[in-house]
Design a protein. Structure first.
Length: 193
């Protein structure tokens, strides 16, 4: 796309400086205010917002059109779908509290902890022994996970990990749990890179 061909948008949403889950929360509210077929531009600085917006659109039926990066700002474009294209918004049913995960790991249970945050978030602090596969890479890296093992999926707040759990379930993973409220509630052992 050239600079002289601006994308026509019906609503611009400023989510710069906000971390997950706020860009999604604000997008959900904003999409309700526009008509079917209209386009919302979501401006964000959180690198993880790319996978978040794509995952949210996939689970709701709204159309993710694409993302353009300008001056470290990600501009995501989402088209509101018509009512017959929408999917009922759902959350992943199988959850585990951060405290329960800590107790189960301390008890020696063989649980794979999958951290789906962005690499920088993982580098500074993650559950000891956690595997890092950012949500945006998960679809291409399923082969790194054992589908017959218990997988506890964690992010910062439980929003991104919810999308990851739904994706894993769709790919045939049966023993998956979303860790609530994610690293925000984790008091157990951590590591840094």
């Amino acid at each position: 796309m050239t600079a002289h061909e601006p994308i026509q948008v019906d609503l611009t949403l400023d989510c710069k400086g906000l971390a997950c889950p706020m860009p999604i929360v604000k997008t959900k509210r904003a999409i309700e205010t526009v008509q079917s077929g209209q386009v919302v531009e979501i401006q964000a600085t959180d690198k993880g917002s790319l996978a978040d917006i794509q995952g949210w659109a996939r689970t709701t039926g709204h159309q993710y059109l694409g993302t353009i990066e300008e001056n470290a700002v990600l501009k995501h474009y989402v088209r509101k779908s018509s009512p017959n294209e929408l999917k009922p918004e759902s959350t992943y049913a199988n959850t585990m509290s951060a405290d329960e995960l800590q107790v189960r790991l301390a008890g020696g249970e063989a649980i794979i902890v999958l951290d789906v945050r962005e690499p920088a978030e993982y580098a500074f602090q993650h559950v000891a022994g956690a595997i890092s596969i950012p949500l945006g890479q998960l679809e291409n890296r399923f082969g790194e996970l054992a589908s017959d093992k218990v997988i506890a999926v964690i992010c910062r707040t439980g929003t991104r990990s919810d999308l990851a759990c739904q994706l894993l379930q769709d790919k045939g993973f049966e023993h998956v749990a979303n860790v609530i409220p994610g690293m925000a509630g984790w008091n157990g052992p951590t590591e840094q890179l």
